[in-house]
Design a protein around this ligand. Structure first.
Ligand code: NDP
Ligand code: AOF
Length: 598
C-alpha cells in the first residue's frame, strides 16, 4: 500500500477560488497537478535515506502533462531539472507544479534556472520551503525572472487548493515538524489486539498483526532514519528491526536502556546488515558497554536518559524521521516528553485478554477523558484483516510566515537601520510597551458608514466587529452590536473569533483583503488622539517593534520569530508617518499600506 496516495475528487467539491483570475477549471487543474507533484515527490521513500521530498509536474498551457520528476536522494538531480529535460521544448509557455518551493541551498539555483531556461511561464507551488534560510528565495528568484508564481494558501485559496496543500504538508511532514520542533519527526507504531493488548500477560507478542500489516511496517522502517525500542523489548522479543521491504534503505537501530541489563547475544548486535546504537545512562555497566563496542555497537551515554534529550541529540546528528517500535513503558515516556508527532496503530481482530497484558501506552497520569490526546487528520485503512488507524498527535505547524527581516522593515520605516536596530517586544497590556497592544484600554472614535462617529472601547473591539460590518444579514448586525458592547477587549476577541469560526458565512467576503486596512485605521486613531501614546511610539524610533504573540502568526511574531508581525509592522509604519518620514499623505490613509500587504 502506498503510504501517500492521490485521492480522486468528486465533482461535488465546488471550487471557490478567491484569486480573481483563478477560475474553477484552472483551480481544479492546479490542485490536481499539485497533488500529483506531492505524490511523485514521495517516490523515493524506502530506497534512499529520508530527505526533503520534491516533485515537479510540467504541463502545457492547455493542461497536458509533458514532464515529471522527483528528487531521488540528497545530491541527485533536482525534480525540476528532470521534468524540464523530459518535457524538452514542450515546457515553453507551460506551467510547472511543485509540491514545495525548491531549496537551492547551495546558492546554485539549479531548479530555478532549469524552469526559467525551459521557458516556463507559470509556476504553482504547494508550500514555501519550511526552512527559514531558504524560504522565499526561489519564489523571489522566479518572480524576478518574470515567471508568474502562485503559492497555495497565499495567492490561490479555495477548498480544493487547501486539500492539495495538505497533501504537500503530509508528504514533507518530517521536514516541517523537524524545522518547527528542532527534533526529528517521530512516529509511534504499535500492533494491538481488539482488546488493546500489545502482548500476552507472559509478554509473547509474535504475532498480533497480520503478515500484510508487518510488511507495511517494513515499509515504514524503510522511510525512517532509525527505529527505536526500549530495553524490555530487546530482552523479550530479540527483534531484528530490519526493513525487509525490498527497498534499499535500512534504518539504524537504536536501543534505549537505562540499566544496560541486556543480553550478551542478540539479533541487534549483528551488524552485518545495519548498525545499532545503544543509548544509556552515564556509567551504566561499563564492562557490558565494552562488550557492545567490541561487537561494533555504538554506545552513547546521557546524564539522564529521557526521550527529549535523546531526540535533540539525534536531531543534531541530522536525523529527519524516527520510528518508535517500543512497548508501552517507553512509549508513555516519549509521549509525555512531547517528542511523538504521529501514531500508526495496527488493530488486529483478535482478543487475548489478560489482566497483566501490556497495552501500547503506559502511564500518562491522566484521570479524565477530557485529558485524552485526540489524533488529528485521522486515516483509517484496512490492511489484510487488520485496521490501521493513523493520525498526528500535534497539528502540522504553520511555518510559512516569518517576521520581516530588518532589511524589509527598513523599507516600512526608515528610522530602522539595517545595521543597528534593537527589538522591542510587546504583548500583554501590563508589559512596559503594553499600550501598543490592541487590548490596551484606549477607546477610539471612528466614523461609521454614514459619517457619524461612534466610540469603540478598544482597537480590538473595532477590529473584531469589522469582520461582520456591511454584511446584509440581521445576525451579522447582532454580532457587530455584541462585540461593540463587550465588556473587555478579551470578550470582544472571544466573540469575534467564535462567530468567525461558527458562522464563516457572516464574515464579510473581503475580510482577508481589508483586515490590515481596518487595523491601520483604528491604530491611526488611537495613536493620534492620545498624545502620550503618540510620544511613546515615537520614542521607539529606530527599533523594530514585534508583537510577541506566540499563537498569532499573522499579527504577531510567533514563538520563534516565525510570525508575520503585521501589528508590529503597522505600528512602525505609523511611527514613520508621525515622524514625517513616510511618503504617504494624511489624506490617503491606505496608500502607505501597499508595502504591507502580504
Ligand atoms: N505489539 C507491539 O507492537 C509491540 C509489543 N511489544 C511487547 O511489549 C513488551 C515490552 O513492553 P515494555 O516493557 O513497555 O518495553 P519498552 O520497549 O517500552 O522498554 C522499556 C524499557 O525502555 C528503557 N528505557 C530507557 N529510557 C526510558 C525512559 N525514559 N522511559 C521508559 N523506559 C525507558 C528501559 O530499559 P532498561 O530496563 O533496559 O533500562 C525500560 O525498561 C514485550 O512483551 C514486547 O513483546 C513491544 C514493542 C511493540
Ligand atoms: N508484535 C508485533 C510487532 N512487534 C514489534 O516488532 C519487533 C520485531 O521486529 P522483527 O524482529 O524485525 O520482525 C518487535 O520487537 C516489536 O518492536 N510489530 C508488528 O507490526 N506486529 C506485531 O504483531
Amino acid at each position: 500500500m502506498a503510504l501517500f496516495s492521490l485521492k480522486a475528487y468528486g465533482p461535488s467539491l465546488i471550487c471557490m477560488a478567491s484569486f480573481k483570475n483563478h477560475n474553477n477549471g484552472t483551480c481544479a487543474l492546479d490542485s490536481a497537478y499539485i497533488r500529483r507533484a506531492a505524490e511523485i515527490a514521495d517516490k523515493s521513500a524506502g530506497f534512499t535515506s529520508p530527505h526533503p521530498n520534491f516533485g515537479c509536474v510540467l504541463a502545457t498551457a492547455s493542461g497536458n502533462i509533458v514532464g515529471e520528476g522527483f528528487l531521488y536522494a540528497q545530491g541527485t538531480k533536482p525534480a525540476e531539472v528532470q521534468a524540464v529535460e523530459a518535457a524538452s521544448e514542450h515546457c515553453y509557455g507551460g506551467t510547472a507544479y511543485l509540491n514545495m518551493e525548491p531549496g537551492d541551498c547551495h546558492g546554485d539555483h539549479t531548479a530555478v534556472s532549469a524552469l526559467v531556461q525551459g521557458g516556463v511561464k507559470r509556476v504553482v507551488i504547494g508550500m514555501r520551503h519550511p526552512l527559514s534560510h531558504l524560504r522565499g528565495n526561489a519564489v523571489r528568484a522566479l518572480r524576478s525572472q518574470g515567471v508568474q508564481v502562485y503559492v497555495l494558501g497565499e495567492d490561490l485559496k479555495s477548498k480544493l487548493t487547501e486539500e492539495a496543500q495538505k497533501a504537500c504538508f503530509h508528504v514533507n511532514a518530517p521536514l516541517i515538524f523537524r524545522a518547527a520542533s528542532q527534533l526529528p519527526f517521530s512516529v509511534l507504531k504499535f500492533a494491538m489486539t481488539l482488546d488493546g493488548k500489545i502482548a500476552t500477560s507472559s509478554g509473547h507478542a509474535a504475532w498480533i498483526s497480520s503478515k500484510q500489516s508487518r510488511n507495511l511496517v517494513f515499509e515504514l522502517r524503510g522511510r525512517s532514519d532509525a527505529v527505536i525500542v526500549g530495553g524490555n523489548t530487546v530482552r523479550r522479543d530479540n527483534p531484528r528491526l530490519t526493513a525487509r521491504h525490498g527497498g534499499e534503505h535500512m534504518p539504524v537501530r537504536i536501543v534505549l536502556s537505562q540499566t544496560l541489563d541486556l543480553p550478551e547475544e542478540a539479533n541487534l548486535w549483528d551488524m552485518s546488515e545495519v548498525s545499532t546504537i545503544v543509548v544509556t545512562q552515564r556509567g551504566a555497566r561499563r564492562s557490558f558497554q565494552k562488550l557492545l563496542t567490541s561487537k561494533g555497537v555504538e554506545v552513547v551515554e546521557f546524564d539522564i536518559l529521557n526521550p527529549r534529550d535523546v531526540m535533540e541529540y539525534f536531531h543534531d546528528r541530522g536525523y529527519l524521521s524516527i520510528l518508535w517500535e517500543c512497548g508501552g513503558t517507553l512509549a508513555a515516556s516519549a509521549i509525555s516528553s512531547g517528542v511523538i508527532h504521529k501514531v500508526y496503530a495496527f488493530v488486529a481482530p483478535k482478543i487475548i485478554g489478560g489482566k497483566g497484558a501490556p497495552s501500547p501506552v503506559g502511564e500518562l497520569g491522566m484521570v479524565e477523558m477530557s485529558q485524552a490526546l485526540d489524533l488529528i487528520d485521522v486515516c483509517y485503512n484496512q490492511i489484510g484483516p487488520d485496521m490501521l488507524i493513523s493520525g498526528f498527535l500535534q497539528p502540522i505547524p504553520d511555518l510559512t510566515p516569518v517576521i520581516p527581516s530588518v532589511d524589509e522593515t527598513f523599507a516600512i520605516d526608515p528610522t530602522v537601520s539595517p545595521y543597528e536596530s534593537s527589538i522591542i517586544f510587546f504583548y500583554k497590556t501590563w508589559d512596559p510597551y503594553g499600550a501598543f497592544s490592541n487590548f490596551s484600554p484606549h477607546p477610539i472614535q471612528m466614523p461609521d458608514g454614514n459619517g457619524d462617529y461612534a466610540t469603540w472601547l478598544s482597537v480590538e473591539h473595532y477590529y473584531q466587529a469589522h469582520k461582520f460590518v456591511g454584511v446584509n444579514d440581521p445576525f451579522a448586525h447582532k454580532c457587530v452590536e455584541r462585540i461593540k458592547s463587550a465588556k473587555s477587549p478579551e470578550e470582544a476577541a472571544r466573540i469575534g473569533r467564535l462567530m468567525q469560526r461558527q458562522r464563516p458565512d457572516l464574515v464579510r467576503p473581503d475580510w482577508d483583503n481589508m483586515k490590515i486596512e481596518v487595523m491601520y485605521r483604528a491604530l491611526k486613531c488611537k495613536f493620534s488622539i492620545y498624545p502620550h501614546l503618540n510620544n511613546m511610539l515615537i520614542s521607539t524610533s529606530g527599533s523594530v517593534l514585534v508583537e510577541a504573540s506566540p499563537h498569532d502568526l499573522f499579527w504577531g511574531g510567533g514563538r520563534d520569530g516565525e510570525g508575520l508581525n503585521y501589528l508590529g509592522r503597522l505600528l512602525m509604519q505609523l511611527r514613520s508617518e508621525f515622524l514625517g518620514e513616510s511618503s504617504s499623505s494624511d489624506n490617503d490613509e491606505s496608500s502607505g499600506l501597499t508595502s504591507l500587504h502580504p
